[in-house]
Design a protein around this ligand. Structure first.
Ligand code: PSU
Ligand code: MN
Length: 309
């Protein structure tokens, strides 16, 4: 039987959800594995503040001493950021092991969706989702994020996905699994650092209230899937496509040369790109997450107005 005592919500998150108020889940792999210290901690706290400024309550999700936590203290966020790569990256398959061992875990998009769903949180904000890796026809490297989107009804607000991935195959996979991909004020799937990717979204939606209505309708129709909301990086922070694509290609070649595999692939590529761009990509990364936090909070506010399912 499902034991909900594995899941611990902060008092603020608990009270807000009990009152039907807006809560936004935030992931922690981006803190421990996606950015260097101390920028990772500064960003995580700034993201929480943007969620609050837009009228919702933030619930950063991680595994602390084996508990699936929704809503962390500043000290806990600081700890995740400082420990960095020493904190296990926690995707869906890792949750039970880390829980039973009383370990720490930095939850990926998949791990965060799973915990958010257990905690009763429907809207989740991150930077970019994992997807089908380039060369997946050989390696079968497909992020568990996509499988989680196929089975867990949580909305993921993101800046699309990085072109370290095969974005075309990622969209095909989501289509097969019945996961809607919406574009906020765009017809294209954003490619994280850049506004456009050359790949279309399923639907363009220009209003956070409409996104909330679509998600509610999806749940009321009994769909078990999540939803992807692609929110492009603000133009002033977007990177030059040729420049970033060249750096991504160098990072991919380096990963290949070193034989990087499995769960190490994505953190390796993120780190290599940050180093190769002398921190310019890190700044873009921070700005797009803040931008996603504002939209996710606005959607959560609208969603809470629609009442329970
Ligand atoms: N892509 C990014 N930044 C990230 C990640 C992906 O641009 O921080 C992280 C997220 O936590 C995502 C995870 O869920 O990497 C995907 O890892 P994998 O490819 O091993 O599934
Ligand atoms: Mn993988």
């Amino acid at each position: 039987m499902l034991q909900t005592n594995w899941v611990v919500r902060s008092a603020e998150v608990e009270e807000t959800l009990a009152a039907g108020g807006p809560v936004v889940a935030l992931e922690s792999t981006i803190i421990a594995h996606g950015m260097p210290y101390p920028k990772n901690v500064e960003t995580a706290l700034a993201v929480e503040q943007v969620v609050r400024d837009n009228g919702a309550i933030p619930a950063t999700i991680a595994i602390i001493n084996g508990k699936m936590r929704a809503g962390l203290s500043v000290d806990e966020i600081e700890l995740l950021g400082k420990e960095g790569a020493a904190v296990p990256k926690a995707s869906r398959r890792d949750l039970a092991v880390l829980a039973a061992r009383g370990s720490m875990g930095a939850t990926t998009v998949a791990g965060t969706m799973a915990v958010a769903n257990l905690a009763g949180i429907s809207v989740f904000c991150t930077g970019g989702i994992g997807g089908v890796h380039r060369g997946a026809t050989e390696t079968m490297d497909i992020s568990a994020d996509l499988e989680e989107l196929a089975r867990t009804p949580v909305m993921v607000v993101c800046a699309g996905a990085k072109s370290i991935l095969d974005l075309g195959l990622t969209l095909e996979y989501l289509e097969t699994q019945g996961v809607p991909v919406l574009g906020y004020k765009t017809d294209e799937l954003p490619a994280f650092y850049t506004i456009s990717s050359g790949f279309g979204v399923d639907y363009r939606v220009d209003d956070p209230a409409e996104i909330a209505r679509i998600f509610k309708a999806q749940l009321e129709l009994g769909s078990r899937q999540g939803m992807v909301v692609g929110n492009p990086i603000p133009e002033e922070f977007a990177m030059d496509r040729d420049y970033i694509d060249a750096k991504i290609n160098e990072a991919l070649a380096e990963a290949d040369r070193l034989g990087i595999k499995g769960k190490d692939t994505t953190p390796f590529l993120l780190d290599a790109i940050q180093k190769a761009t002398a921190g310019k990509s890190l700044e873009a990364n921070i700005q797009l997450v803040l931008n996603n936090a504002a939209l996710a909070a606005q959607i959560a506010v609208e969603y809470s107005k629609l009442g329970p399912i």
